[in-house]
Design a protein around this ligand. Structure first.
Ligand code: UGA
Length: 450
């Protein structure tokens, strides 16, 4: 099938590359010309494990192209995925102006019927507005447009695998023809008929993805409700961790036992510095606004948000209690990305924490395996180290802000010997308190007995 993708953020790029990987002919565009330039010259504007190989192969085999020409994109696809950003406005609503702009381009440039698919995370009822915009802007051409909502559940860091091996594929459609088209697009994924770049030579056995056809409004709501639920789960675990700390219980033991109940499940119960990134915080905020505008008192979402905001302060208190005076102290921070296996620092708790420490007069020397370049753009005034070992040299405290696997496996004797004071403040509960104490560190984390 001929597919076009508008927006080459991580969702657009992963969607385009993976659809090409499974056999479709895909053309991608972006209003940011520099991204297309990077892609055309063989680079990637983001770090996403495994994506470079998928993009390179699909391009070589002629199934994936990039274009700066919006007309060409509209022409090239029978199905057009809108994957543009919907950043938060100052009032917390999602900014849908990029979607409106794309709708206008499609409606005015189309010369044949198009299926226009919302892939960006949008508030419920955006589909209706999109349909109206396509009809209004395209009224002179007489071309028919169908709209579908196909929420993505990709996680940064594992997005290629998530796309090719989803638990469920949700398509919100307005007619049977759109449902058939969407099924054709996803047939190779549903039937597992593709050469998997993640699990070569063979994928592990597992259930086939569930194919869910819904109304457009339901599909839109599913996305927001899912992300907000995940955010609430994390905030819940964080509150239990605070309580565990007071009661002398161990949050690791508590959530492990909770997660064994299939009604609860083990995922997203890791206590720590809280959730960040460009999805959970903004989706939660937009969901709160949607509920308010719809006259529904969904105040538990606001609580989840409030709890998350307080995590930085909670952790800062731990640092302060351990160091007594923060001003003038040399602090090593390991981890800048909002979570491991990505270079994304947008709404990263580590960045807020560093800003607070720096504003109190601490000297920060930070290291992250992938996110240093992006961090430099938002935190230009701290020191950046070449490695974790370089970061901890002469430090009076070591803060773990992102749980990269690399940090789990450090040579702890070497770390201890090069620090001015062997103090670890683990904001992600990455390490074992007992093991770290055995290595001779003072060690603090969330919700675990001293
Ligand atoms: C999230 C959702 O998990 C995806 O399903 C969704 O498709 C995506 O948003 C999106 O809307 O595009 P992502 O933002 O990549 O994916 O990151 P998550 O893995 O959800 O992690 C979000 C934040 O929560 C990170 O800062 C992470 O460190 C934190 N987290 C996660 C915890 O603090 N505890 C946990 O137990 C899990």
């Amino acid at each position: 099938m001929r597919v076009s993708i508008v927006g080459t953020g991580y969702v657009g790029l992963v969607t385009g590359a993976c659809l090409a990987e499974v056999g479709h002919h895909v053309v991608c565009t972006d209003s940011d010309e520099s991204k297309i330039q990077t892609l055309e010259s063989g680079g990637l504007p983001i770090y996403e494990p495994g994506l470079d190989g998928v993009v390179a192969r699909a391009r070589k085999e002629g199934r994936l192209k990039f274009s700066r020409n919006p007309k060409e994109i509209v022409e090239a696809g029978d199905a057009i995925f809108i994957c543009v950003g919907t950043p938060p406005l100052p009032n917390g609503d999602a900014d849908l102006s990029a979607i409106d702009h794309v709708a206008r381009t499609i409606a005015t440039e189309a010369r044949s019927p198009k299926l226009v698919i919302e892939k960006s995370t949008v508030p419920a009822q955006t589909g209706q507005e999109l349909k109206r915009a396509l009809t209004v802007y395209g009224r002179k051409s007489g071309i028919s447009f169908s709209v579908a909502s196909n929420p993505e559940f990709l996680r940064e860091g594992t997005a290629v695998s998530d796309f090719l091996h989803p638990d469920r594929i949700v398509v919100g459609v307005e007619n049977e023809a759109s449902e058939r088209q969407m099924k054709e697009i996803y047939a190779p994924v549903l039937e597992r008929k593709f050469h998997c770049p993640v699990h070569a030579p063979a994928c592990p056995e597992g259930p086939a993805p569930t194919w869910l056809v819904t109304t457009i409004s339901s599909a839109e709501l599913i996305k927001h409700a899912s992300n907000s639920f995940l955010a609430m789960k994390i905030s819940y675990a964080n509150m239990v961790a605070d309580l565990a700390e007071r009661l002398g219980a161990d949050i690791g033991e508590v959530v492990r036992a909770m997660g064994l109940d299939p009604r609860i499940g083990p995922a997203f119960l890791n206590a720590g510095l809280g959730f960040g990134g460009f999805c959970l915080p903004k989706d939660l905020q937009a969901f709160v606004h949607l509920a308010e505008r719809s006259g529904v008192d969904f105040s538990m979402l606001k609580e989840a948000e409030k709890i998350n905001h307080k995590r930085i302060g909670r952790f800062y208190e731990k640092i302060k209690n351990s160091l007594w005076v923060v001003k003038g102290k040399q602090i090593a921070v390991l981890g800048l990305a909002f979570k491991p296996n990505t270079d994304d620092v947008r709404f990263a708790p580590s960045i807020d924490l560093i800003e607070q420490l720096a504003s109190e007069g601490a000297h920060i020397r930070a290291y992250d395996p992938e996110a240093m370049d992006r961090a430099r753009a938002v935190l230009p005034n701290i020191d950046y180290a070449k490695s974790a070992y370089d970061a901890v040299k002469d430090a009076e405290a070591l803060v773990i802000a992102t749980e990269w696997d690399e940090f789990r496996k450090l040579d702890w004797d070497r770390v201890r010997n090069s620090m001015a004071r062997p103090l670890i403040l683990d904001a992600r509960n990455l390490l074992s308190p007992r093991a770290m104490k055995a290595f001779g560190f003072e060690y603090q984390s969330f919700g675990r007995p001293d």
